[in-house]
Design a protein around this ligand. Structure first.
Ligand SMILES: Cc1cc2nc3c(=O)[nH]c(=O)nc-3n(C[C@H](O)[C@H](O)[C@H](O)COP(=O)(O)OP(=O)(O)OC[C@H]3O[C@@H](n4cnc5c(N)ncnc54)[C@H](O)[C@@H]3O)c2cc1C
Length: 409
């Protein structure tokens, strides 16, 4: 006999995890998963370049939370319940093994996001979840009996006892309207995880060059990030840029994505050690040209452009590098100043900063504090992480917690 009807709105990562958790923990409940598009798990499919970066190999829940520009404090308790090691075990128990890459990102050993989709769909069907595609929820009201009435895109009205909103990032305020109609507040949506446009010809000439570790600073904005950098046809990308964009999602939007950026190409060096190294070269190879002797680990191509950008003539020899020339070169290596003139979408991963206000949700159960019986999971909340599997982990954790709580487990 069906005791209760639970509806999960949104067939993405969070919705599937929640629906499976409810159905597995409360076998008597009828669980419906409604997706407005034709395809479930569309973002999982394209995630991680088609490989799905499922989570990150950091198994200390508290440390894990430090990777969330929005949601760090709220996620402390949830990660005590379900963290990255639980995700690994969850998938392993359903026949999917994950592997760890040197930078900590975890992928299915098949390197194919379809493996994750197949696993989630199979687990949902096995647990008895009823999957409905092309079935959007257009409105939700409370019923006199304390349940909910959902207006569907098919024109039908569906009544239920509990609703979980897992509708994904509220890229536009309209996408958060279901939550707002039930009394919630949306933190204004702005993009996170974007790359920087820089219109400097010598930089663009370096498109394709990557540097293992740089330090980026946005002066005056308290934004500083170390990590790999990639030069692109439009400016700068790579993990260091994406992380900086996540931490600065709001402040960089406030200046319309026009801001100064300093790049330290050699963060392992400082002015003194670099001056000593240049002096050593001047004495050891006085007749050699500066432009032909890159300081490790910079590539020959990058070094050549940095030397030119510092104002030195291409044929300058070490012996002719005077005090002023050395000072200019050191400044260029440790503090290249660029003007960022806009942002570009990062095709590998982008998320929305903003969403349902966190103080209105209990992170013990993921239940709304303003509308009992309503639950939230995933990116619809004002939670977003840096790249590396952190966004899916937030979806798995909040989905699992919400599902268990809705099941009364
Ligand atoms: C290109 C790309 C690559 C990414 N790669 C990674 C990665 O490798 N690792 C990582 O951790 N993160 C990655 N992310 C981020 C990650 O995909 C999201 O954070 C995650 O998908 C959020 O899950 P969700 O279930 O909350 O939302 P979504 O995956 O967006 O799912 C929400 C679902 O709800 C449906 N929906 C919305 N409104 C309604 C409605 N009214 N009625 C019914 N259905 C509705 C939507 O159609 C959608 O299917 C990537 C993002 C992008 C864009």
């Amino acid at each position: 006999m069906i005791s209760r009807r639970i509806v999960v709105v949104g067939g993405g990562a969070a919705g599937f995890f929640a629906a499976i958790a409810v159905a597995e923990s409360a076998p008597g409940a009828e669980v419906l998963l409604l997706e407005r598009t034709a395809n479930f798990l569309a973002k999982v499919k394209i995630s991680g370049g088609g490989r799905c970066n499922v989570t990150h190999a950091c198994f200390n829940g508290r440390e894990f939370t430090t990777r969330y520009p929005r949601g760090e404090r709220a996620l402390i308790a949830p990660f005590q319940q379900f963290q990255a090691s639980d995700t690994v075990a969850w998938f392993a128990a359903r026949g999917v093994e994950l592997k760890t890459e040197p930078d900590g990102r975890m992928f299915p050993i098949t390197d194919d996001s379809q493996t994750i989709i197949d696993c989630l769909v199979t687990a949902a069907l096995k647990a008895g979840v009823k999957l409905h595609a092309q079935c959007g929820v257009e409105g939700i009201t409370r019923t006199a009996a304390g349940g909910f009435a959902l207006t569907l895109s098919t024109g039908k009205i569906l009544e239920c006892d509990g609703v979980l909103l897992a509708t994904g990032g509220c890229r536009t305020p309209a996408l958060g309207q279901l939550a707002v109609s039930l009394g919630h507040t949306l933190e204004a949506p702005v993009p996170s995880l974007f790359t920087f446009q820089i219109a400097i010809p010598w930089l663009r000439a370096l498109a394709g060059v990557s540097v293992e570790t740089v330090e980026l600073t946005v002066p005056g904005a308290k934004l500083r990030e170390r990590g790999p950098l990639l030069v692109t046809h439009w400016g700068l990308s790579g993990p260091a840029v994406l992380r900086l964009s996540a931490w600065g999602a709001r402040s960089l939007q406030a200046c319309n994505y026009q801001f100064p950026l300093l790049v330290n190409w050699l963060p392992a060096w400082n002015e003194e050690t670099l001056a000593a190294e240049l002096q050593r070269r001047r004495l050891a190879h006085p007749a050699k040209m500066v432009t032909n002797a890159p300081v490790a680990p910079l590539s020959a191509r990058l070094w050549e452009q940095l030397v030119a950008a510092s104002g030195l003539a291409p044929d300058t020899r070490w012996t002719a590098l005077g005090r002023a020339g050395q000072h200019q070169l050191i400044q260029q290596l440790l503090r290249t100043a660029f003007l960022v003139t806009g942002k570009s979408l990062n095709k590998d991963e982008f998320v929305t900063c903003g969403g349902v206000r966190l103080s209105e949700v209990s992170f013990k159960t993921m239940e709304s504090k303003v509308c009992p019986g309503l639950y939230f999971a995933g990116e619809v909340l004002d939670v977003d992480g840096i790249t590396g599997g952190f966004n899916f982990q937030a979806a798995w954790t909040t989905g699992w917690l919400a599902g268990r709580a809705m099941a009364g487990a």
